[in-house]
Design a protein around this ligand. Structure first.
Ligand code: NAD
Length: 478
């Protein structure tokens, strides 16, 4: 079994928290404590930001873009070689099925490879001002970048923003979620082993209200990338306003999966089930509202229920179809929404708290029919395996229902009519639209939200803009 790293990682050293505090991280499949982890606070954040600043202004700055890319490729190869070790650790900390965790770690390798290749292609332009001037731009790194990540895809969310930040020449301080700190810490071993200058990657595990807040409010950081809830996103924006720092906010969603009557219902049912149940519904872009054309509501629901029934729950390491929710608090929250849905008058066709396994934070695949737009279960992000069914009778009504939310992260469209699909893709208020396949796309596909789902985009080359600032130089030629 892999060694669990349970200390802070600052300036290439494994250290306890300055005040010696620790917190426990729990395996949600068994409810057993995995480790007591150093609980970073403001002083530790201060140390990490100073270390990252020193690296940024010193040795990391002198590493050429080509060499930065090569270092990132080395991290990618090492992570690939140790994929199983990282996947098992991710599974233990999150409860997600092992095959799923492997997919995520392999996605991390994808981020590292993609941005490694971009490291020496981040260039400016020349602007034609006529023969008497030379005007060019340079894309400089912003400096010390802060990355505050959630628990649903722990290392994946780190790599998504870290890889472009480092490729562009920045250094980083990462604050993993308190529920799942282990893989971000283990990842530091790669930076120690592969010849990076010290302090390029620093990790301060801890709670949102102390380590997270201290990092987002720190005057020494130059940008914040935050992935998490809307509520915390607002706090991050306020903190960033104080020092006028750029932010990227990747927040929640209440994404519709819109099924038109002309679609292949077998395909749609399996995609709809995948869209809501993958990662136990704990995806920001989970397809949590099934907006279905009335004429096919019944046959589609039958098929979706059939998929739901077949889903095998179990401990992540046993590689079931669906693992537990991440924590007992989150289990209570999701069960609270299931109660609310019933009280609001929606009909639960299947689901609720799972009777088995006995240990662990398990909820069964849950489907609510008869959900109306005003209900809380239709408006609020549940972040669990709970699908809300909302029928429509014509295309305009489908768009109204799909857009009747404060979120705008993703949308799925299922139809055999390409014109209809493209028209609907225009009409839907979402930053990421998927036609005839849910949870699809690649590292190069920019991702982010409209409306309250966020600000900015990650993935793709466009994400490099988050970690560079343009310097314009104008020369008078005499
Ligand atoms: P959260 O907002 O509670 O926590 C996210 C991170 O912020 C954690 O590391 C936490 O410790 C930290 N934090 C909490 N309070 C803070 C504060 N006051 N200042 C600074 N940091 C603070 O979110 P969560 O429950 O961990 O994650 C679930 C949410 O994340 C969902 O809403 C989900 O949709 C969203 N999410 C979005 C994306 C995306 O790409 N858009 C991806 C994954 C998850």
């Amino acid at each position: 079994m892999t060694e669990i790293r349970n200390r802070l990682f600052i300036a290439n050293e494994w250290t306890p928290a300055r005040d010696g505090r620790t917190f426990e991280t729990v395996d949600p499949s068994t409810e057993e404590v995995l480790a007591a982890v150093a609980r970073g606070g403001p002083e530790d954040v201060d140390d990490a930001v100073s270390a990252a600043r020193e690296a940024f202004e010193g040795p990391w700055r002198r590493v050429t873009p080509v060499e930065r890319g090569r270092l990132l490729y080395r991290v990618a190869r090492e992570l690939e070689a140790r994929l199983d070790e990282f996947a098992r650790l991710e599974t233990l900390d999150t409860g997600k099925p092992l095959a799923h965790a492997r997919g995520e770690i392999s996605g991390c390798v994808g981020y590292l490879d993609y941005y490694a290749g971009a490291a020496d292609k981040i260039h400016g332009e020349t602007i034609p001002l006529g023969p008497d001037y030379l005007n060019y731009t340079v894309r400089e790194p912003v400096g010390v970048t802060a990355h505050i990540v959630p628990w649903n895809m722990p290392l994946s969310m780190v790599c998504r923003s870290l890889a472009p930040a480092l490729a562009a020449g920045n250094t980083a301080v990462v604050k993993p979620a308190e529920q799942t700190p282990l893989t971000a810490l283990k990842f530091a071993e790669l930076f120690l082993d592969l010849g990076f200058p010290p302090s390029v990657y620093n990790v301060v595990p801890g709670f949102g209200e102390d380590a997270g807040r201290a990092l987002s409010e720190h005057p020494g950081i130059d940008s914040i990338t935050f992935t998490g809830s809307v509520e915390t996103g607002r706090a991050i924006l306020r903190a960033a306003a104080e020092h006028v720092r750029p932010v990227v906010l990747e927040l929640g969603g209440k994404s519709p999966q819109i099924v038109f009557a002309d679609t292949d219902l077998d395909l749609a049912a399996s995609e709809v089930a995948k869209g809501i149940y993958s990662n136990t519904g704990q995806y920001c872009d989970a397809g949590s509202r099934l907006v279905v054309e009335e004429g096919v509501r019944e046959p589609l629901l039958e098929k979706v229920i059939e998929h739901s029934r077949r889903i095998k729950l179990g401990a992540g390491l046993d590689d079931p179809d669906m693992g537990p929710l991440v924590s007992s608090e989150h289990l209570e929250r999701v069960l609270g929404y299931i109660d609310t849905g019933q009280r609001e008058g929606a009909e639960m066709l299947i689901g609720g708290r799972a009777e088995e396994p006995e240990r662990g934070y398990f909820v069964s695949p849950t489907v609510f029919d008869g959900v109306e737009s005003g209900m809380r279960v239709a408006r609020e992000e549940i972040f669990g395996p709970v699908l809300c069914v909302m029928p429509f009778s014509h295309d305009e009504e489908a768009a109204e229902i799909a857009n009747d939310t404060s979120y705008g992260l993703a949308a799925g469209i299922f139809t055999e009519d390409i014109d209809r699909a493209l028209r609907f893709a225009n009409d839907v208020e979402a930053g990421y639209v998927m036609i005839n396949e849910y949870h699809t796309g690649g590292v190069g596909s920019p991702f982010g939200g409209f409306k309250q789902s966020g600000i900015g985009r990650e993935k793709g080359l466009v994400a490099l803009d988050n970690y560079t600032q343009i310097k314009t130089v104008v020369v008078r030629v005499r």
